[in-house]
Design a protein around this ligand. Structure first.
Ligand code: ATP
Length: 367
């Protein structure tokens, strides 16, 4: 099922929560919506389910306009943040509910409930009632209930938020496996950019009620279309130095190999793993080292400029605060942005600047 949102605008009184948003999700594709708190993710999802009335905008399933259909007639599965499951029903009855409503044969329904409950890790809780479950267990029951019908469109709003870190990764993988198996067209809302990158075919970065970047996780990371996307995606955050302002000396030095004209009006961006410590012609002072497990995050200074570098733990453990070390930036991973527009800029061999003006660089899956 292909999902199309066209020209969605939603206002709450004076507040424009979503402003002219367009999005196409291909058949069987999973698009993750990420963005800062309040950017309009939940509102967009609420519109697709039919719970939120827009000021303007249409939503189509395989070309069929469903904007005026009530939620229950849209044939979608959804799990929202508050994962309301029915308190008076057992877990089994809760999960079976959509099948009962669709008058599925009881024996088949029970088999389906057992299967999905097993996958979501709640198979041993089927006789309990919601008040006898933890928050994370309730969330997995809500997921099982959304998935048991094998919906063609699946909408998930922070479905993993109540799970501990370990379980988050496990349930995330389970959702992705099922989604791929059943080719469910899915929109997955999360504020966790790492989760979005891990699960999605494409990631839509939202800001101020609109999508500002929409592309594959790998492109979004290595060639983000804008400064906002570059800074939102990736942890620790990308280093950004402006050629105008206090970081001028470092910024100009970093981009000199690429830009002949001194780079006025440009920002240089380098992800921490592409700042190499131990070799190079820039001298930096180590100000702090943080062990992160496999890597160390090393904070450095060059004059007034701060630099974050990610180095292997074995190397990071040997660095001392106050130590002066040579550093270098990997030139092939250097990103440039226009300081005025925030768009990523590419520079060709003749030295001509070209802005990355493609919002949808991958165009989505077929269908
Ligand atoms: P979060 O990540 O915090 O859940 P979000 O990206 O999902 O945020 P929305 O919940 O869609 O954002 O909200 C978008 C904007 O609309 C916010 O400014 C929010 O305060 C506002 N808003 C949401 N619901 C209502 C409402 N019922 N009445 C008034 N304003 C609302």
């Amino acid at each position: 099922m292909k999902l199309d949102i066209e020209g969605l605008t939603v206002e709450y009184g004076q507040v424009a929560a979503v402003r002219g948003l367009n999005l196409t999700v291909g058949h069987g594709e999973l698009v993750a919506l990420v963005g800062p708190s309040g950017c309009g993710k939940t509102t967009t999802l609420g519109f697709i389910t039919g719970f939120i009335r827009p000021k303007s905008g249409r939503v189509r399933f395989d070309g069929l306009d469903v904007t005026d259909l009530p939620p229950q007639r849209r044939g979608i599965g959804y799990v929202f943040q508050d994962y309301a499951i029915y308190p008076h029903m057992t877990v089994r009855e809760n999960i079976r509910f959509p099948l009962d409503a669709a008058k599925v044969d009881r024996k088949k329904a029970e088999r389906d409930v057992d299967e999905i409950a097993g996958l979501m890790g709640v198979g041993n809780l089927l006789a309990r009632r919601p008040h006898q479950l933890s928050g994370g267990q309730r969330q997995r029951v809500a997921l099982a209930r959304a998935l048991v019908k094998k919906p063609v469109v699946l909408l998930l709003d922070e479905p993993l938020s109540n799970l501990d870190a370990h379980l988050r990764v496990e349930v995330r993988a389970e959702i992705r496996r099922l989604q791929l198996d059943l080719k469910m067209t899915t929109v997955f809302v999360t504020h966790d950019q790492a989760e979005a990158m891990a699960i999605a075919d494409r990631v839509a970065v939202m800001n101020n009620g609109d999508i500002v970047a929409l592309t594959s996780p790998s492109t979004l990371y290595s060639r983000p279309p804008s400064l906002f996307a570059a800074q939102f995606i990736g942890s620790p955050q990308i280093n950004i130095w402006a050629t105008d302002g206090p970081d001028e000396a470092l910024a100009r030095r970093v981009i000199a190999p690429l830009v002949g004209d001194g780079g006025a009006g440009l920002l240089a961006g380098v992800r921490p793993e592409h700042v190499m410590v131990g070799a190079g012609d820039i001298k930096a002072t180590t100000t702090l080292t943080e062990p992160l497990g496999r890597d160390f995050l090393v904070h450095l200074e060059v004059g007034p400029s701060s630099i974050r570098s990610l180095v292997p733990a074995a190397q990071g453990a040997l660095l001392k605060t106050g130590e002066v070390v040579p550093i270098a930036m990997e030139r092939s991973h250097l990103l440039l942005f226009d300081a005025a527009t925030g768009h990523r800029v590419e520079i060709d061999e003749a030295g001509t600047r070209r802005e990355d003006d493609t919002r949808e660089t991958d165009g989505g899956l077929a269908g």
